[in-house]
Design a protein around this ligand. Structure first.
Ligand SMILES: Nc1ncnc2c1ncn2[C@@H]1O[C@H](COP(=O)(O)OP(=O)(O)OP(=O)(O)O)[C@@H](O)[C@H]1O
Length: 358
């Protein structure tokens, strides 16, 4: 049983959170929603910091709460790593001692991750002698993540770990989080209300609204579903996980393959075999009923219209299928009418801009 199961109800005087979720036992699952949606409360329920009614909290083979069986394991006995928005390091201990502090309660017999591995994964080897108040916000947070990881937890719970950092620090930490996901098989529950972070990191997305789970599924699919609000954000985007299969040194151009075909992307830094997550904004995708010729746009994909919905005044959001990968295109209502767009219609998607998520 290599999965996560969370069920229960948390009631406050003016608020109720209900959840019933079955999730895979690896990868990053984002708990996403507006302020007050219940993301932190759900994370706290998993940690045992609040006790949900009619609760079942199961993490892989371990049952941490089962009300019918009168099981409730207190937080300190749950094998979890909790990372908060602020790093919460002990200010009187240097980085090495901060890291060791978390490890004291760990039984050495079942260690899968060594302290050295945690230090290496978060790239903090050069910081071990430093005191916390000499570290940048991003460095502190990397230490705090390494400290949680070094306890060799069954699950990592992260509550807006990047929210206190500016964009630059955020983008410094994202690759480390991606690395954790690539190299370890520890499931990560990641609370965020920042769509850019979630689309960069998450394999799965759980959308919460006013104490309820509205929908959950693969991030790429959730971002493009027209029955959910995510596809109507100003920055509405699709994501593509592409694999670098060829380089053209003459034009410094890479070819990436994905389920829907190929994407061409300029840049020196890509290596053959590398998987790259790309973000394609709905605004950067235009549509044509015939394959455009003599155009400067390199990426033209054969797609099918899955769904259409009115967006803002005079605009339409179109959900497209590129052989299993979803894309969005935001066009004017007039263009949608001229192109006679209907569900199931084959259409060429011209991708004008692609951002690499790094
Ligand atoms: N201890 C508490 N007592 C009473 N109400 C609470 C308590 N903790 C949380 N709440 C309420 O529960 C609701 C959900 O809070 P929660 O912190 O889970 O939301 P969130 O989605 O994480 O929001 P944010 O993004 O702002 O952190 C809020 O309306 C909050 O006021």
């Amino acid at each position: 049983m290599n999965s996560l199961f969370f069920k229960g109800k948390v009631s406050y005087p003016d608020y109720e959170l209900n959840f019933d979720l079955s999730l895979p036992g690896s990868g990053i699952t984002a708990l996403f929603g507006a302020s007050g949606a219940g993301k932190s409360t759900l994370l706290r329920a998993v940690a045992g910091l609040v006790k949900p009614a009619d609760g079942i909290i199961r993490v892989k083979e371990e049952t941490w709460q089962h009300d019918n069986e009168k099981i409730f394991i207190p937080t300190y006995k749950r094998s979890l790593g909790f990372v908060f928005q602020d790093a919460r390091l002990f200010s009187h201990l240097n980085v090495a001692d901060n890291l060791l502090f978390g490890m004291k309660r760990i039984k050495t017999a079942r260690k899968n991750i060594s302290l050295e591995k945690a230090i290496d994964l978060l790239g903090i080897g050069h910081l071990t002698d430093r005191m916390p108040d000499t570290l940048s916000g991003g460095e502190k947070q990397r230490v705090s993540i390494a400290r949680a990881l070094a306890t060799d937890p069954e699950i990592m719970l992260m509550d807006e770990p990047l929210a206190a950092l500016d964009m630059k620090r955020k983008s410094e930490i994202l690759p480390y989080l991606q690395r954790l996901n690539d190299e370890l098989h520890i499931p990560i529950l990641y609370v965020s209300h920042a769509l850019d972070e979630v689309s960069a990191l998450a394999d799965l997305l759980v959308l919460l609204e006013k104490g309820k789970v509205v929908a959950s599924g693969k991030t790429g699919e959730m971002l493009t579903r027209l029955d959910l609000p995510l596809a109507f954000y100003d920055t509405a985007s699709a994501i593509i996980d592409g694999k670098v299969i060829a380089k053209d040194p003459e034009f410094c151009l890479n070819t990436l393959s994905f389920s829907g075909g190929f994407i061409q992307l300029p840049g020196e830094r890509f290596k053959p075999g590398q998987t790259v997550r790309l973000r394609i904004q709905a605004r950067d995708v235009s549509l044509a009923t015939e394959k455009p010729a003599n155009t400067s746009i390199l990426n033209i994909l054969e797609t099918t219209v899955v769904n259409l919905s009115n967006d803002s005044e005079g605009e339409v959001m179109v959900e497209l299928d590129a052989k299993g990968t979803r894309l969005l295109s935001r066009i004017t209502s007039k263009s949608a009418s001229l192109l006679k767009l209907v569900k199931g219609k084959p259409i060429y998607a011209q991708v004008k801009g692609i951002a690499v998520i790094e």
